[in-house]
Ligand binder design. Structure first.
Ligand code: CP
Length: 315
């Protein structure tokens, strides 16, 4: 594997999940692989889990790790060709990517969706320009349309906690006061399309995800019906895709409550974090024994580590 931009960049998801679980048992086993090599982690947006888990994963593999909060510390980048750069943008991605590539062997990037320009967001201009001009492997630490490191961690977590060969998994929209991107939900859907599971997406009408991503997925507009007999309930907010970036509903009807969890098959509660308590999910649910959000966050290290390992083995 050269780049990790999408969960489909993995040759075989199920095999990778098993390899991650093995790696977790002895996380320093491959600490020789990154010796003498450097990774740059570039953050155009905030992070807790992605930043720390990717840095830990890199260190477990013996990589030197340079972290930069590009959004607040770097020069504002221009991505368009042929622009007269006499406004606020100080540096073109052509130079920035080539310069950064001289300092490291691989680069991981977080660059969220604008939520104002659907077409540009779909083009993934930050990741694609770095891929084009840096000439070194690129890892997606959450882009405009996907968060594949999160999706791989979610797959590892479900493998560890599933009690049946073909679990019922529900991805449920939940309310949030701010307009949030679609990346986590998109990658979760793409990951679930590679799984042996009864997968259902539930959301209010108007909150359909990109149909190019959801393709043949089952969509149930009745949240309570969707939850019946679920083994895993994965809750996430996203803004409207059709009315791009709009928040059309923010009341608590769709919040995950203990009463709704009673409809499930003793289901596990999942969320990528950060989560707003008593907006997305009640304290009672997130603090319950069936909440596996902390274990999910722990697996972010092993999803990043298996991805970096595969890239290092191919350098
Ligand atoms: N889940 C996730 O990506 O967390 P951070 O935004 O804190 O990195």
């Amino acid at each position: 594997m050269r780049h990790y931009l999408n969960i489909n960049d993995l040759d075989d998801l199920k095999k990778t999940v098993q390899e991650s679980i093995e790696l977790k048992k002895n996380e320093l086993e491959f600490s020789f692989l990154g010796k003498g090599k450097t990774i740059c982690l570039l953050f155009f947006n905030n992070s807790l889990r992605t930043r720390l888990s990717t840095q830990k994963a890199a260190q477990n593999l013996g990589l030197n790790c340079i972290v930069m909060n590009f959004g607040s510390e770097g020069w504002e980048l221009e991505f368009e060709d042929g622009v007269v750069m006499n406004q606020s943008k100080s540096e073109h991605v052509k130079e920035a990517a080539k310069v950064i590539a001289q300092y490291c062997d691989l680069v991981a990037i977080r660059a969220f969706a604008s939520l104002t320009d659907k077409e540009k967001d779909k083009e993934e201009i930050v990741l694609e320009n770095f891929k084009k001009y840096a000439g070194i492997p690129i890892v997606n630490m959450e882009s405009a349309t996907g968060h594949p490191l999160q999706a791989l961690a979610d797959a590892i977590t479900m493998e560890e906690y599933k009690t049946t060969h073909k679990p019922k998994v529900v991805l449920s929209w939940a309310p949030h006061p701010k307009a949030l991107p679609h990346a986590v939900a998109n990658s979760f859907v793409e990951m679930m399309q590679l799984q042996d599971a009864d997968f259902v997406i539930t959301h209010p009408e108007g909150y359909e995800l990109d149909p190019d991503i959801t393709k043949n997925c089952k969509i149930e507009y009745n949240q309570k019906k969707a939850f019946e007999n679920a083994d895993f309930v994965y809750v996430k907010n996203w803004s409207s895709f059709k009315e791009y970036g709009e928040v059309m509903k923010s009341d608590s009807d769709w919040m995950l409550t203990a009463d709704k969890m009673k409809l499930t098959n003793n289901g596990k509660f999942m969320h990528c974090l950060p989560v707003r308590r008593n907006v997305i999910v009640t304290d009672e649910v997130i603090d319950s024994e069936n909440s596996i959000v902390i274990q999910q966050a722990n697996n972010r290290t092993y999803s990043a580590q298996i991805v970096l390992k595969k890239i290092l083995e191919n350098l």
